[in-house]
Design a protein around this ligand. Structure first.
Ligand code: ZN
Length: 500
């Protein structure tokens, strides 16, 4: 028994239980590249077409067919490699990775092994503490995706399984991080930052639900203060940022409990079951030599011209990291705000358009982070771009607060109404009569009524209980349905209380 509370996995590192462990996490991310045709043939890559309508002898692996490398896929891989600060190798080669799985027609996958496209990069992430840290990227290589099995009914009871080869041969970019991540939360931050770079580059749509972005995690524990790596476990089947974090939290806890009990961790692959909230053993992990990698004989080794690399580097767009730095410098935003607002290009665009119309950077940041992101996930590019409250409407709302037409509190309700209806702030405020009451005579009358009706609070205030004045302000706000100008109410009330 460990005595470990059943809280979050950060408990593991916080010194609870018999031993204090450090969590070591590395992520492997597979990203489908947004090329129009497949990695080694001309078949289209569009998602959602009827099964097996986007195939040809090459991506079905029929005898005698020969693969041809998609130049655009190489270019997209290089763009990502440069954005991740990797060295693009002067030469790279494709290799056959052998394993049997029914959704893979050739019984091998064309991948890269000893000579990947790029190596030795990093991605900077910023934690909630505002501190920036570099997470190493070991390698980046290209390969082809496999098909998809469709089971009739549930997997364990299916009478038949069908295979759809539309996805077979779609270009995939695999990026392997170094084991530099230390908490499940940090892993999720890395993945978000990673996704933001790919989306900004336009090389991947980053859609985890459709499987355009897939993440496997390696996680091990070691006694804090030691440097040897513990036995790692690979986790698969996590199809959202939240699930990546949850799966790692669960797994860190499971391993800590096992280690505390004196058990050995087995090197294996485990599947995340999001519904049950647990990882389950799938198979003991194979080693690289089990795959019998060898150079793909049907493709010549690629030589990458340095001029090509230079021209791609020069054409890189502003990446989230640079945009983050610019947000902090130009708008004077805290590092945390800059990080949140640049998690997707669409969100950063939204913010910049709102600030252009209402130039109070921190106010706009607060509203975007608290109100907009409560309704829409920041990484959902399409939803942010089509938000029912466009940047101009948010700016209009904030102007009404600034000029005293409505109070900040009413403004939050108005935002909700704008979000539900798509209307602008002025329309709602005018129709519903939400204008702040700043009419001194009108407010003085209400203040007098409230003082009249709350003799005890008035008494308390005069006996030195300052808090009693707050209660009276609250009564006035209530009487005006929150529309009274709070500063004016305060002033009128204190005047009246000190006079009588
Ligand atoms: Zn094809």
């Amino acid at each position: 028994m460990t005595g470990r509370p059943a809280g979050s996995a950060t408990d593991v590192g916080a010194g609870h239980g018999p031993r204090d462990y450090e969590i070591v996490i590395g992520l492997e991310v597979h990203a489908q590249l947004l090329t129009r045709s497949k990695m080694f043939c001309g078949c289209p890559t569009a998602f959602g077409a009827p099964a097996n309508t986007q195939t040809c002898p090459i991506c079905q692996g029929l005898p005698g067919s020969l693969p041809v490398v998609n130049r655009r896929a190489i270019e997209y891989g290089m763009r990502a490699a440069l954005a991740f600060n990797c060295r693009v190798n002067a030469g790279c080669r494709f290799a056959r990775k052998h394993y049997y799985y029914p959704d893979m027609p050739k019984n091998f996958q064309i991948s890269q092994y000893e000579e990947p496209l790029a190596e030795d990069g990093w991605l900077a992430i910023v934690g909630a503490d505002g501190v920036s840290r570099r997470i190493g990227i070991e390698r980046l290589h290209l390969e082809e995706d496999v098909g998809k099995l469709v089971h009739e009914g549930s997997l364990d009871r299916a009478q038949a399984s069908l295979v759809d080869f539309n996805r077979a041969g779609v270009p995939l970019m695999e990026t392997v991080s170094r084991p530099d991540l230390r908490t499940p939360e940090e892993a999720a931050v890395y993945l978000r930052a990673f996704r933001a770079v790919l989306v900004a580059l336009g090389v991947c749509n980053g859609n985890m639900e459709e499987g355009s972005l897939r993440c496997d995690a390696n996680i091990s524990l070691r006694p804090r203060g030691t440097s040897d790596l513990g036995t790692k476990v690979e986790i698969k089947n996590m199809n959202s940022f939240r699930n990546v974090q949850r799966a790692l939290e669960y797994e860190a806890r499971r391993q800590a409990i096992a280690l505390d009990a004196g058990e050995r961790i087995i090197q294996e692959t485990r599947l995340w079951d999001a519904e049950a909230g647990v990882t389950r053993s799938m198979r003991t992990k194979e080693s690289a030599h089990d795959y019998r990698y060898f150079p793909e004989p049907d493709l010549v080794p690629l030589q990458i011209d340095s001029g090509w690399v230079d021209s791609l580097r020069a054409a890189l767009p502003e990446l989230p990291r640079a945009r983050r730095a610019r947000f902090a410098a130009d708008y004077g935003l805290p590092a945390y705000d800059a990080e949140v607002l640049t998690q997707s290009a669409a969100l950063a665009d939204y913010y910049e358009r709102a600030v252009a119309e209402f130039p109070h950077a921190k106010t706009v940041s607060n509203w975007v982070m608290s109100e907009l992101l409560r309704e829409i996930p920041g990484e959902d590019e399409a939803a942010i771009a089509g938000a029912p409250v466009p940047p101009g409407h948010l700016a209009g709302l904030l102007r009404l607060v600034e000029d005293g037409t409505i109070s900040g509190k009413i403004a939050k309700d108005v935002f909700d109404k704008m979000f539900r209806s798509g209307e602008d702030a002025e329309t709602i405020v005018r129709r519903e009569g939400l204008m702040q009451v700043s009419d001194t005579a009108e407010l003085a009358r209400i203040v007098a009524e409230v003082i009249e009706a709350n003799a005890r609070a008035v008494d308390d205030y005069r006996k030195g209980k300052a808090a009693a004045a707050k209660a009276l302000v609250g009564q006035v706000m209530k009487a005006t349905k929150g529309k009274a100008n709070p500063a004016l109410v305060n002033q009128l009330l204190l005047e009246k209380l000190s006079r009588a």
